[in-house]
Design a protein around this ligand. Sequence first.
Ligand code: XIL
Length: 319
Amino acid sequence: MGLRDLAAAADLEIGASATAAELDDASAALLGGEFNRLATENDLKWGAVRPEREVFEFDAADRLVAFAERNDMAVTGHALVWHVETPDWLRGLGADELAAELRTHVRRLTGRYDGRIDTWDVVNEAVADDGTLRESLWYEQLGERYVADAFRWAAGETDADLFYNDYGLPYNERKRERVYRLLEGLLERGVPVDGVGLQLHCVGVHPTPEQLRGTVRRFRELGLEVRVTELDVAYRIGEAPEDLAAVQAEYYRAVVGACLDAGVGSVTLWGVTDDRSWVTSWRDYPERYTGQPLLFDGEGREKPSYDAVASVLRERGRD
Ligand code: XIL
């Protein structure tokens, strides 16, 4: 039995991110066979969809959504507002124009895929590591209100679940509490937020399963759904254990077990095979981190981490 069937028996959704370019790879069979949620890794980011102001480029995302439908997978659209991978032309706009472009963008994307994309990462990484609102293009020009606006505009066009997504929340208390207050304030004002996505790009043994359980509990106090949206497990070069594959497998087992304990209903890996992981190509990451963070190796073979996830799902699954 593959992961998606084991996960379903344990009342969990198991996803992976992908780009349309990967649909031509051998790994596409793993994506469709092992996972029941697909996150659009890059193809719905501003830079991909809006290379120029007048252009909306949907071919890649359309292919991903069609692939997901053929393989009976749910789709997470990622992401409507982020400070990275924004096209240069956005930087030349004044506040009113920028707000109008954001409104158009959010409405157009959510409207286009209504009924086909069931979850959106509406706002990604709006809070900085020091617990202040991140000084992004969006914040500097529009102030805090861009967050509420993006959720409202999205809700006007789609019935999809609308998520706030961020990294570091289980171990960075200042950041977590700022995100908590941000979301609490939105909910008090009736802004349609459905959930929080924990990115969970893990390094070494962080976060601990206890930190993860505590963070899930904290956000669920707000009545929000909590999902793990971008799971992978890397090690700092120089600190990597000799038996990396076995240590990583144990950690994966603990993390997925903690998710199940805490009532997380959806866990998405950030990629399928190690060779295509962002950890192997992002900025200076290749010099800092070991590059085998996922469940399948570069040849698409199941790693011990795959077996560990499968076994924890099997243990927790219904008979
Ligand atoms: C990464 C992709 O995986 C890379 O392919 C791309 O070059 C950069 O972005 N947090 C996020 C994701 O929310 O969008 C990022 O994805 C990884 C960190």
